[in-house]
Design a binder for this molecule. Sequence first.
Ligand code: IMP
Ligand code: MG
Length: 179
Amino acid sequence: MESVTIFDKTFVPFISNEKIEAAIDRVASEMVERHKNDETVPVMLCVLNGSIPFTAGLMKRVEIPFELMTVKVASYSGTSSTGKINMQLDITGDIRGRKVVIIEDIVDTGRTIFYLCEHLKELGAAEVEVCTLLLKPEVFHAQLKLDYVGLEIENKFIIGYGLDYDQLGRNLKDIYVLK
Ligand code: IMP
Ligand code: MG
């Protein structure tokens, strides 16, 4: 793997695709275990755009019925969180009385996921779970439980496997860190 340059920044290899796939295998098994006896069909909620590859990876492995919905929120500008959450596209279906599993690419401070959880409860979700591929434990401070975590990382800015630097880098199959 070589380094990648996007605009003014250079990124170096950080997490291999193999390691990412292994983490998704584990998360998918945990999800199946928790939902295989559900009496209502759970909703997998893909948080656009960053969670597209992670959601696709989970979908290939979670062999129980579920419904796919999407939502689009943004809080980052460049390489840091703005702190303001912007709902760009609201949820694509009716979640009243449903169990919803939020699929996130990364939880950083936790502000985005906290805001989303509250929003889904207001819309009438019966249960809200959080599933994230990556977590930065050093900066996470939200009062909420993360139900599934793929990998924990240091507080560094990363790109690849859905994650972007000003919209670029999402298509890299491995994860890279800012040099
Ligand atoms: P939070 O609200 O601080 O938890 O930030 C979560 C959102 O910020 C994620 O859904 C990502 O879109 C974005 N984000 C956080 N850390 C990174 C990173 O290292 N690279 C790219 N995007 C990130
Ligand atoms: Mg995101």
